[in-house]
Design a protein around this ligand. Structure first.
Ligand SMILES: *Cc1c(COP(=O)(O)O)cnc(C)c1O
Length: 421
């Protein structure tokens, strides 16, 4: 038998002993620093996925590593049966940072979405007075909000949904970026919420019209329906503003005065809330909504633990101290200009879209073709990691700590790689 490389050995292990619920690119990573990761053969890559935008602050950010180490040696978990010394600090920090009365900490993004849905339903029954059996939450076609049984019940992706029934009722799907459809749905009976991604990340970085989010929020308000923003992927500076609901305003936060700012009734955060150190998610809302959930009615053993509290504060400090929103905006413009220059010369790529450093290119080939996958394999060989989505779309989302010189080098790698096709 021929000897296997370490890469082949480790992939074989995952294949044999791990469930087959993912289809990774054939690289095995073992080290990361800032915008770079290294595989087990010692090859260095630019990371253009950032763990689906969880590592906005860059891999192994020293402030986060130090914070995590310090807290790990002190106290890691108490459960919420007792108070812990870090949670109150985190609650106040989050309340000030995002300007909501209260925060409810969870772990994964899906858990935060579930929390938001439960909160919306409680509010629907107790405040709006809708019967428990009839309350309806509007969601969008092509959404991605996570993987729980309830969340996939309103997915339009057959891979995510099929075979997992019976499904949770109480959701109505409308097309994304369609205010007429929203108006019609809001006119329906017993509507309590509208949950939406301000940019659809997993769908392939689908950017709605500039007035979609502010108008949708205003329509919800008119109908006494909660506007729920899932910013698990778009939040924490990824799209060039602290939150995508801030529109194209690049101040760090508290920009209610900005014409473009939309204040959701419920805000859902995850992923980069911990800079990729640790699963930390959160739901934010004001008292009239948040206090609908009372002791014993919702919770999580790990939610709000001292490590999570400390790491999340540190992760947000990095976002402010290093001006990551501004950097994402500036580098995003540079990236899209670079891609547009390639598009103008060749017809392999049909378009580039995105905001800040959440971008995608669409390959001019059918979604059933292997072209985008093959481009990603070749990109990896050339030192840049990106992942195709929906067959012919490639998402590009590097850590936000990138420099202009690094971005130029990456654009050159992408151009060179595309030229090989
Ligand atoms: C990733 C994601 C989630 C789910 O987060 P997990 O931590 O994977 O559970 C929810 N909503 C959006 C918009 C996401 O991108």
């Amino acid at each position: 038998m021929e000897t296997m490389t370490r890469t082949e050995e480790l992939i074989a292990l995952e294949n044999q002993y791990g469930a087959h619920n993912y289809h990774p690119l054939p690289v095995v990573l073992e080290k990361g620093n800032g915008v770079h990761v290294w595989d087990v053969e010692g090859k260095k890559y630019y990371d253009f996925l950032s763990a689906y935008s969880a590592v906005n602050q860059g891999h192994c950010h020293p402030h986060l590593v130090e914070t995590m180490q310090r807290q790990t040696e002190k106290l890691t978990l108490t459960s919420r049966a007792f108070y812990n010394a870090e949670l109150g600090k985190f609650d106040k920090f989050m309340s000030d940072f995002f300007n909501f009365d209260k925060v409810l900490p969870m772990n994964s993004g899906a858990e935060a979405v579930e929390t938001a849905l439960k909160l919306c339903r409680k509010w629907g029954h107790e405040v709006k007075g809708v019967k428990e059996t009839t309350g309806k939450i509007i969601v969008c076609d092509q959404n991605f909000h996570g993987r729980t049984t309830t969340i996939i019940s309103f997915s339009s992706d057959p891979d995510a949904k099929n075979g997992y029934g019976p499904y949770t009722p109480g959701f109505e799907m409308i097309p994304y970026n369609d205010l007429d459809a929203l108006e019609k749905a809001l006119d329906g009976e017993d509507v309590i919420g509208f949950m939406v991604e301000p940019i659809q990340g997993e769908a392939g970085v689908v950017v709605p019209d500039a007035d979609y989010i502010p108008k949708a929020a205003a329509m919800c308000k008119e109908h006494n329906v909660l506007f729920i923003a899932d910013e698990v992927q778009t939040g924490i500076a990824r799209t060039g503003s602290l939150l995508r609901v801030c529109g194209d305003c690049s101040c760090e936060n508290k920009c209610e005065q900005q014409a473009t700012y939309t204040r959701p009734d419920i805000l859902i955060l995850g992923k980069a809330l911990s800079g990729g150190m640790y699963p930390v998610s959160a739901v934010l809302a004001d008292d009239p909504i948040m206090l609908c959930i009372q002791p014993g009615q919702h919770g999580s053993t790990f939610g709000g633990n001292p490590i999570a509290a400390q790491v999340a504060m540190a992760a947000l400090e990095v976002v402010s101290n290093e001006n990551l929103a501004q950097n994402a905006r500036k580098l995003g413009e540079r990236f899209r200009a670079g891609m547009q220059a390639i598009i103008d010369k060749r017809d392999l790529v049909s378009l580039v879209r995105g905001r800040g450093l959440l971008n995608a290119i669409v390959i001019n080939d059918s979604p059933d073709s292997k072209t985008a996958w093959n481009i990603c394999v070749r990109l990896a060989e050339n030192g840049l990691l990106a992942k195709p989505t929906h067959g012919n779309i490639i998402r590009f989302a590097p850590p936000l700590v990138m420099t202009e010189e690094q971005m130029d080098e990456c654009i050159a790698i992408i151009e060179k790689t595309l030229a090989e096709f």
